[in-house]
Design a protein around this ligand. Structure first.
Ligand code: HEC
Length: 151
């Protein structure tokens, strides 16, 4: 009995050690940095958009996607739009407007070009990786379902 609990403690300590090592690995540090950078870009970057072209107000992602995309958003005309809480879990999707399947990256570029009136980040760029990482972090634990409904 005593031996068993000692084994449990040793196993627990090893597991904790492994978990701590995994948490502090270069991979996880880089990933959490990308999420952090993505959040900053989401909330502050206007992608070269000129304020006048957007009535001096809607200059970042968070202008329409309120509270970092965590809650229902609002367009300049007052129209409500879904949150981005599960966006990373439901792309790719079919776009009836474009008559093709689009990825999360394509949606982001579309929002920068047509929502922000700015210069979209290139596919494969660090900015794009950071934004996708941020949106991925919002969608933790959400049901993965391509073509699913936004929440
Ligand atoms: C001018 C307002 C506006 C701005 C600014 C804007 N978006 Fe959007 N975004 C929209 C609209 C409208 C939709 C479509 C919502 C719907 O499904 O009706 C949308 C949809 C999305 C979606 C798909 C959500 C889903 O689950 O269907 C993502 C992802 C997204 N935006 C990301 C971004 C990012 C990242 C930025 C900043 C680079 C940004 N948007 C800036 C208006 C905006």
């Amino acid at each position: 009995m005593r031996n068993q609990s000692r084994i449990r403690i040793v196993v627990g300590a090893v597991a904790l050690g492994l978990a701590t090592t995994a948490f502090a690995s270069p991979a996880s540090i880089a990933l959490s940095q990308a999420v952090k950078n993505g959040a900053r870009i989401f909330n502050t970057d206007s992608f070269g958009s000129h304020e006048q072209s957007f009535h001096g107000r809607h200059t970042t992602c968070s202008s329409c996607h309120i509270d970092g995309g965590r809650i229902m958003g609002r367009l300049p005309n007052g129209k409500r739009i879904p949150s981005l809480i599960n966006a990373a879990a439901i792309f790719p999707r079919y776009s009836p407007k474009l008559h093709k399947v689009i990825t999360l990256e394509t949606q982001i570029r579309h929002c920068v070009r047509n929502g922000l009136l700015g210069h979209p980040p290139a596919y494969g760029s660090q900015t794009m990786a950071d934004l996708v990482s941020y949106l991925g972090s919002l969608a933790h634990g959400q049901r993965v379902m391509i073509g699913g409904k936004p929440r």
